[in-house]
Design a binder for this molecule. Structure first.
Ligand SMILES: Cc1cc2nc3c(=O)[nH]c(=O)nc-3n(C[C@H](O)[C@H](O)[C@H](O)COP(=O)(O)O)c2cc1C
Length: 505
């Protein structure tokens, strides 16, 4: 038996308290968040202004076509060769991080995430959840980011990098305008020559990045023995912070870890183990990659190699944009046609959920009372312990092993359902593994999955990425995160969310 310190018990109680009160937050609801610019500003550790465009100090420079009129806050990232992905010894790596040799050409990258002021100036709107001109723009979809790139290129007299034709986006790789980095460019720039889990070496503290600071790297295995941690738990700011906060990496780039995740060009897919030059990701797909982790992510999900995914027409309060310019690999055009069709709400609905303490069950029952849909509770052959401290360990073990707990019950007629409203508690910043067992049991091709997640402060964590990877052929609806049981506001919040998804009129 592990010795449980008073601090750990207090932390556990404070963080995951299974209290009955709470409030709900819809991911896309711009009005319901609590963060503020001043709170972010207070937390700024380094507000150094890099001012003019610089040159990253990387000796492996390759030739590139010179670009004109580089914006002040862009830095030249000289091309080079690096190991993309994570070594098998890296804790909390995923199988999709296969290490392989990648060479990238020179490109220019913004040292900052794109601010709300920059987005507003071009698009004349600001979709962000947190409000502040020097905060990163968030709640933008991949398609919004592509549109922004083109609009700014046009305004500044550059050739737009993209042609947008309905659901098809063509990247003209010869164009000199603004664009998103490729996944390889992003990781190369983030690492800035490092081979460790973070560009700050083996761990990263809440004084070095804006993330869910209660959960530094390796906390999972040391939850009850925090004295073993290199980096101790720190502040969880619960908001984005100014884009020039903290120290930059070795190549002058700020907030590559944390604050907001950053969209990249690539479709999510297996990137293989072969050496590649200027790779551009999978040829087809349904999900786009975003990188770097955000203000509400655990450190393990901010690692340089961690790959997060979301449909290209969805945004989130923890995903933003970092621009690059550069002409990689000549003038070849690359087309993509992967936008998922939005759910229209028609069809038979199933509410499937897993709940350990009852909060998710209560939310599922509220959804059931408003929709009349069928209700299915996911149960286990070997249920988790009823003891809170024990289930923390069990859940962490299952996640680390990517276990697939055996399910005790099954949906007999899954083919009859078109829409699956899928509920679960946030466990260690992701889904409980029984949800993975459930998602792997059925074919969700052509179906819509609408997730809802009960949490203790971490909102969805990386659960939406986990679901996307497990059911890549399903259309994802707008997700709902509910703080614990949702409290008295639950019925209204559920109603609004069901309406947004077209489930009720
Ligand atoms: C094993 C375990 C891990 C948890 N991990 C997180 C977490 O990473 N982030 C978070 O916000 N809440 C976390 N919580 C809190 C639960 O998400 C929250 O209490 C939720 O309301 C529980 O739902 P349930 O009653 O349906 O099980 C965790 C709870 C447990 C038991």
């Amino acid at each position: 038996m592990k010795r449980i310190s008073a601090f750990a018990v207090l932390t556990a109680a404070m963080l995951f308290m299974l209290c009955a009160c709470g409030k709900t937050e819809m991911e896309q609801n711009t009005g319901s968040q609590t963060g503020s610019t001043s709170e972010g500003a207070e937390n700024m550790v380094n507000t150094k202004d890099t001012g003019t465009a610089g040159i990253a100090d990387n000796s492996e420079t390759k030739e590139t076509k010179a670009l004109e009129n580089i914006a002040e806050n862009f830095v030249l990232i000289p091309g080079g060769t690096f190991q993309m992905g994570s070594p098998e010894t890296e804790n909390w790596r995923s199988e999709d991080e296969t290490q392989h040799t990648v060479t990238v050409s020179d490109f220019y990258m913004s040292v900052y995430e794109l601010t709300q002021a920059e987005y507003q100036e071009i698009m004349e709107e600001n979709p962000s959840t947190f409000s502040g001109s020097d905060l990163p723009v968030e709640n933008v979809s991949w398609l919004d980011a592509i549109r922004y790139c083109n609009a700014r290129s046009e305004k500044e007299g550059f050739e737009p990098a993209y042609t947008i034709e309905g659901q098809t986006v063509i990247w003209n790789r010869g164009a000199d305008g603004y664009r998103l980095p490729t996944e390889a460019e992003w990781e190369y720039a983030c690492r800035a020559g490092t081979v460790t889990p973070f560009n700050t070496e083996t761990s990263i503290s809440a004084e070095e990045a804006n993330y869910y600071g209660h959960y530094p790297y390796e906390i999972e295995g040391n939850y009850f023995s925090q004295e073993n941690l290199t980096t101790k738990p720190g502040q969880y700011r619960q908001t984005t912070v100014a884009v020039n906060s903290f120290s930059p990496n070795a190549w002058g780039l700020y907030n590559m870890h944390g604050n907001v995740g950053e969209w990249v060009w690539d479709y999510y897919g297996d990137y293989g183990a072969e050496p590649l030059t200027d790779p551009i990701g999978a040829e087809t797909g349904t999900l786009r990659v975003y990188r770097g982790g955000g203000w509400n992510d655990f450190a393990k999900n901010m690692r340089s190699a961690y790959r997060a995914t979301m449909a290209e027409d969805k945004g989130s309060f923890n995903i933003g944009i970092r621009l690059v310019r550069g002409i990689a690999g000549g003038s070849k055009s690359v087309a993509s046609t992967g936008t998922q069709n939005a759910a229209d709400g028609d069809g038979k609905v199933l509410i499937a959920f897993f709940s350990w303490g009852g909060n998710t069950k209560g939310i599922a029952e509220e959804i059931q009372s408003q929709t009349g849909a069928d209700l299915f509770e996911i149960e286990l052959v070997n249920p988790y312990s009823n003891d809170y401290n024990t289930v923390l360990d069990e859940a962490q073990r299952d996640q680390n092993e990517q276990a697939r707990p055996e399910l005790a019950n099954h949906v007999e007629d899954m083919e009859e359902y078109d829409i699956i409203i899928l509920g679960y508690p946030n466990w260690w910043a992701s889904i409980p593994m029984p949800i993975a067992s459930f998602l792997e049991e059925y074919d969700f091709t052509g179906k819509t999955i609408i997730p809802f997640c009960s949490h203790g402060g971490g909102r969805f964590g990386q659960s939406l990425t986990a679901i996307s990877k497990l059911a890549p052929d399903a259309v994802m609806g707008e997700a709902l995160s509910v703080h614990y049981s949702g409290g008295s506001g639950l019925p209204d919040d559920v109603e609004e969310w069901l309406r947004t998804n077209g489930i009720i009129e």
